[in-house]
Design a protein. Structure first.
Lengths: 143, 404
């Protein structure tokens, strides 16, 4: 059961039970992107606030499995206060890591690196990805 | 070791640790179905109804022999059997052809929240396009369709009744015989989704007096890519084909063409010949196994598993009184996709999600659920494995911090 223990790491469970930056704001300065995974019902909305090439704030809301919901929380903590270029690089690297593609292991993904366990569960890659994909969409739309 | 006289016929289960409890999604295939399908590709591989050489004649003969087998399997006439891409295509054909021609503004179409998306979405579309009314039978407190509640929504304006025979989430058998009789008294037409029923119940379209009925080949041990639409001959004759092209016509002129008779006018282009031919082997297998014996076995298994599952603390079962082979459940406080990964790690194949039936999932007030479904090749050992894995899953998820 090492694989499962490796997936349900303490940090992941901690963010699942006590999500950070949860709840959306009604502020036009935020760029909002909503992603749904119709096959399992995961449903995540990400809001990003960019000023002068920097991620000032990032928020999330939605519902789904623990991997999906916790990854949204971890995402927000990882990208807040990063420059847009840094955040984009991190997101890109994270998505490569969880989907078992070659990624830059020297780039510090901070807490998000605990999601490396997802690689062993191909059926869960989507769960770990949608919040970060939604974040990349907010970059495209508004940064 | 318990004796299961069918299990050895399924090559995937030989020397394999797979506990396959997802037959409601798709059944495993017996060797005879695999061989029959492969033999077509190896020995024939040619198109039907066209060539006059031996291989083409033989392929056509085998293709049409399946039509006869299906007709006899559900007690229909041979020319009432249309091959489609699956049950979904069959139900879309009825709605988008028969429905679009016969439904007028303010007509009523009765469906239920137990429907698979393929049984309700085509009618939702017809209702919208034709400004007709989509009416849902109120389900009883367990989520069942009852004759009593059907009577409450049946009116003189009811034109269509589209219902599932067996729910793919709850495993309830719909009392369709009585419903069809009542509907016919109002001159309404009844379409039955038998995708889940055909692998489990002996279907007799004449006794049921059903107007249209859809079957999925892959759920009844057959290949994927083939389904069946049964329709009463007079209804099929009056119905327009949706797909126009090769083989479905009798004569083509510059500005008009003449269709073949049913069922051929609905089978345009090259059909999934190998799958159709393989379906006959599946029907022969089920006839030999005898559906009554199969269903007895499956019910015993389901009950054996259920009696143990209901004692497990920390799980919720949504269909304790199911009639058929399904247990729908969740580990409380654990999203089914988290749970499904645990089962998958233990080689227990379950379905997690909304099972293409979001309406009943919403009715239950949940986001999604786990579904274990049993079929003839399953064993008591499979049930034990399900129970043990469920217990271990509850323990594991509590240990990492999921609260019940």
């Amino acid at each position: 059961m090492e694989k499962l223990d490796n997936l349900y790491r303490e940090i992941i469970m901690e963010h699942y039970k006590n999500p950070r930056n949860k709840g959306l704001v009604d502020d036009p300065a935020y760029v909002t992107v909503h992603i749904k995974n119709p096959s399992c019902g995961d449903d995540i909305t990400i809001q990003s606030h960019f000023i002068n090439g920097k991620v000032i704030d990032c928020r999330h809301d939605g519902h789904g499995c623990s991997i999906c919901c916790s990854s949204a929380s971890v995402l927000t903590e990882t990208v807040i206060d990063k420059t847009v270029t840094e955040a984009e690089k991190l997101a890109d690297n994270y998505l490569k890591m969880v989907s078992n593609k070659p990624f830059d292991a020297f780039l510090d993904l901070e807490e998000a690196s605990v999601y490396s366990g997802v690689r062993q569960f191909p059926a869960r890659i989507k769960c770990a990805s949608i919040a970060w994909q939604a974040f990349l969409e907010t970059l495209k739309k508004g940064a | 070791m318990e004796l299961n006289r069918w299990r050895q016929d399924f090559p995937q289960l030989k020397d394999n640790d797979l506990i396959y409890l997802d037959s409601a999604a798709s059944a495993l295939k017996p060797q005879t179905v695999i061989d029959t399908t492969m033999n077509y590709y190896r020995d024939l591989s040619v198109n039907i109804h066209r060539g006059i050489y031996d291989e083409a004649y033989e392929a056509t003969r085998l293709f049409e022999a399946t039509r006869e087998a299906v007709a006899s399997f559900i007690h229909a006439e041979v020319d009432e059997i249309i091959f489609t891409r699956g049950a979904t295509a069959a139900m879309n054909l009825v709605a988008l052809s028969f429905g679009m021609t016969n439904i007028q503004k303010d007509d009523e179409i009765i469906v239920s929240e137990l429907e698979h998306h393929s049984s309700v979405l085509p009618w939702q579309k017809v209702a919208t396009l034709k400004q007709a009314k989509l009416v849902y039978i109120p389900l009883d407190e367990n989520g069942r369709i009852t004759v009593e509640n059907f009577k409450k929504v049946l009116t003189n304006r009811t034109k269509i009744v589209a219902l599932t025979y067996i729910s793919n989430v709850m495993g309830y058998v719909t009392p369709i015989e009585a419903i069809i009789q009542l509907a016919h008294e109002k001159k309404a037409c009844v379409i039955v989704d038998a995708a889940q029923a055909a692998p489990h119940l002996k279907i007799d379209v004449k006794r049921l007096d059903v107007d249209f009925l859809a079957i999925a080949g892959h759920k009844m041990l057959g290949p994927t890519g083939v389904g069946v639409l049964y329709g009463k001959k007079a209804l099929l004759d009056a119905m327009e084909p949706l797909e126009l092209g090769g083989e479905m016509n009798e004569e083509v002129n510059l500005y008009h063409a003449i269709w073949k008779d049913a069922p051929y006018k609905f089978e345009s282009g090259t059909m999934p010949i190998a799958s159709v031919i393989g379906l006959k082997a599946a029907i022969e297998y089920l006839e030999k196994a005898d559906l009554v014996s199969v269903e007895n076995h499956v019910k015993k298994l389901r009950n054996y598993a259920f009696q143990q599952m209901k004692k497990i603390e920390g799980i919720k079962i949504y269909n304790p009184d199911a009639d058929s082979s399904i247990i729908a459940f969740n580990i409380t406080g654990v999203h089914p996709h988290d749970a499904a990964s645990f089962f998958a790690e233990h080689r227990v194949a379950l379905r997690a999600g909304h099972h293409c039936a979001q309406l009943i999932i919403k009715w239950l007030g949940i986001e999604a659920c786990l579904r274990a479904s049993f079929y003839l090749y399953n064993t008591y050992a499979d049930c034990d494995q399900l129970v043990q894995t469920t217990k271990a899953a509850v323990k594991f998820f509590r240990s990492v911090g999921f609260e019940g």
